[in-house]
Design a binder for this molecule. Structure first.
Ligand SMILES: Nc1ncnc2c1ncn2[C@@H]1O[C@H](COP(=O)(O)OP(=O)(O)OP(=O)(O)O)[C@@H](O)[C@H]1O
Length: 313
């Protein structure tokens, strides 16, 4: 057995009387992508902040790259790269200058700094704006630059806290392919996201955090298997109709935000007909009816009781 790149056991964090992390356990194996999913306020950023030495834990043990966080934070810092929700980009400098600054500050960089900067600018599709001040960059360009800055020095363990929030679909895909390349090169990625598709695309393993506790962890396929299989999704015009239909189908899971019910059914024509007959008998009709196989969205809903934020793709 190889030592995990990150090993977390019984992690606790409190702010005043509020427990933000309540005994969190997980391991991340080297050369894999681990994705921490959770709704707003679940404790994802706090986890990243603890693991990256920015915030001190109140309990538990954490080892990163084999180093104990409590006794050897400096060695942890030397092994990791971090991209946060608040970009470290200096607005007064150009993209190229920001990257060059990171090269100059980073003792791990060996070789031709200007070449490293140029390669990163190309890789992140920032070359055309490289010599403009970053105050003129869009939010997405800033995020890409922030990640590029993280990669200077080639960290082996990389923390990405909601790296694609606010990125357009093309930039998101660019970032996904960069993550895949990094992993193919042997890096370990710890990623937080609210986008289930992102977790499905990238994660070898994922964990769902809900109010400071992990409510599930496994591979995307393992998590999908946790919840019932194929179902029919019925979407109603208003809350009153949803209420009435929920009475007719007590076995269904309801999604109040989407005015939808998920009725377990095998997707065959007979069960579909029986379901529509039941609606008819109660003089109900759905705005939309679709047969669905479970995806991570369903897992998330089943585990946390609510959907993630609307994806702007
Ligand atoms: N410095 C702090 N002082 C007090 N409470 C805090 C502090 N930092 C975070 N919290 C609280 O801890 C909880 C978890 O916050 P955290 O930012 O880790 O969640 P998150 O899952 O990253 O959410 P988001 O997706 O919104 O970033 C929240 O209730 C937050 O208000």
């Amino acid at each position: 057995m190889t030592t995990p790149a990150i090993s977390v056991s019984g992690l606790r964090k409190e702010y005043k009387d509020k427990t933000v992390l309540d005994g969190v356990d997980f391991d991340v194996h080297a050369g894999t992508v681990f994705c921490l999913l959770g709704p707003n306020g679940a404790g994802k950023t706090t986890t990243v902040n603890v693991l990256t030495t920015l915030v001190q834990a109140d309990g538990g043990t954490v080892r990163v790259a084999g180093h104990d966080l409590a006794t050897d934070a400096r060695a942890v810092r030397a092994a990791i790269g971090v991209t946060g929700q608040f970009a470290a980009v200096d607005e007064l400098l150009t993209g190229r200058e920001n990257l060059q600054l990171m090269v100059d500050l980073n003792r791990r960089v060996a070789g031709d700094g200007a070449r490293i900067v140029a390669d990163l600018l190309d890789r992140f599709e920032l070359a055309a704006s490289a010599d403009k001040p970053t105050s003129t960059y869009s939010g997405g360009m800033r995020r890409k630059l922030d990640l590029a800055m993280t990669l200077v020095g080639g960290p082996r363990i990389i923390f990405l806290d909601e790296p694609t929030t606010g990125l357009d679909p093309r930039s998101r895909r660019t970032l996904w392919s960069i993550v895949r390349e990094l992993v193919a090169d042997g890096a370990t990625i710890f990623l937080t996201t609210q986008y289930l598709e992102e977790a499905d695309q990238l994660a070898d393993r994922l964990a769902v955090l809900e109010r400071g506790r992990l409510v599930a962890q496994g591979t995307p396929d393992e998590l999908k298997r946790l919840i019932p299989g194929t179902h029919v999704r019925l979407r109603f015009a208003n809350a009153a109709e949803l209420d009435a239909a929920a009475g007719v189908f007590p076995e269904a899971a309801r999604d109040d935000d989407a005015l939808a019910l998920r009725v377990p059914a095998d997707g065959g024509t007979q069960s579909l007909r029986a379901l529509l007959d039941r609606l008819d008998e109660h003089s109900l009709s759905a705005e939309e009816c679709s047969v669905r196989t479970p995806d991570l969205d369903d897992v998330f809903l089943a585990l946390t009781g609510h959907t993630t934020e609307v994806d702007t793709k």
